[in-house]
Design a protein around this ligand. Sequence first.
Ligand code: UD1
Ligand code: CA
Length: 472
Amino acid sequence: MAIPIDVVIMAAGKGTRMKSALPKVLHRLGGRALLAHVIDCAARLSARQAVVITGHGATEVEAACAGMTGAAAGFSLKFARQEPQLGTGHAVQQALPLLQDDGVTLVLSGDVPLTQAGTLMALLAQSGGQRLALLTLSMADPTGYGRIVRAGPQASSQVRAIVEHKDASDAQRDIHEIYSGIMAVPTRLLRRWLARLDNQNAQNEYYLTDIVKFAVEDGVAVVAHQILDAPQVAGVNSPVQLAELERVFQLRQATALMEQGVRLADPARFDVRGTLTCGQDVEIDVNCLFEGHVSLGDGVRVGANCVIANCVIAAGAVIHPFTHIDGEKLGVQVGEGALVGPFARLRPGAVLGAEVHIGNFVEVKNSTLARGAKANHLAYLGDATVGERVNYGAGSITANYDGANKHRTVIEADVHIGSNCVLVAPVTIGAGGTVGGGSTITKDVPAGSLSVARGKQVNISNWSRPVKPPKG
Ligand code: UD1
Ligand code: CA
């Protein structure tokens, strides 16, 4: 029988150095709140519950968490307020009423987003529900961190205490092994030790780290699980650190995709804020950003500087540079072998069939284009149903909005719409119809006919243009 895991996530601190009105743990990494990354990690451990300790911005943090639990069924997310904030030990004390003694408590911080579940599993295994397990790291510059003080000089010597930087002697400050801020501790022991904390130290805080010396006093084994990968335990205290961890996070995602065969022109100029699923032989040029849920089929190529959100792109489609796609809630679909861009904009509900071409400065919203339809230049298609092989001329638009309601435009198969036409919806252009350039179409066009709706051309012969009066 595995020991139940209860996660405590400390998130009450102010985050002064962010210099932001937003609570620190709600700042985004990879498009999601820092705290959401930590909660996700807890869910991946099959924890029984997570208790978030809130303080600064508590209502905002708690409200933001409402949307964070969906991923994990059978996982309960609770909150405990810590007001005022008297230290990390005091923070964990606030969670005690919600913790059960049969479990092991895993202490995490809401501002440490990149810890991997595997690392925490290893730490929990070290605790085994019996021992106090500390996640530690050796740092070239350990300034500011709690030092792991051992009984002897060997790396394997018994851990005696964690001494905070501000309380450390010069000799202790020479220790490079630091406490990461993450520990796993049998809950029944945690409860006993937290009751013994005091704030007789340099910061007059209740230090969670003082429980190490109580464990030693009580003869409970303390194990240090040392890792080498510093970003896994790195916290976010400033915009600079947030940006550093963002790059680490993005590089991880880029590497995972490249390992699946995706060809990225430059993994350092590639961002995913959400999920990106790729088929075989996908190529992505520099400076592309993917948001929400995006899926790219086999052989899809994405040119430089594209922003693509909430979109499904079928096999063989090519997205040329500087294209912006955002399906938002309705989604966008791009069919097999379609060509989009450069400088195209696909908005919610754009559904492009196979071999559709959408060229530069063309905007498509809530419109379906059947196989082989083309709108190659400077056009708008909104609330339209476009048939197969339609050719939609440069500068043409659907006037879909009368100021109060949106109306549909239906363009049946094989229609040619000339350049610079206005199709005033609701209107239907029958199959095979042709609309002359410059027409404003307000009535249905019967199948097979030519419609021209524009002022007649007048030619005045021997026209003399006005001349400027002579100077002086
Ligand atoms: C703590 C550890 C230190 C360790 C370091 C790693 C203690 C006493 N020290 O340092 O050994 O090397 O983390 O980063 O634990 N928080 C609360 N309530 C409080 C105080 C803090 O919720 O009253 C939260 C903060 O928001 C943060 C986390 O706890 O998420 C850690 O607090 P922080 O002040 O960064 O830790 P340190 O005391 O610097
Ligand atoms: Ca800190």
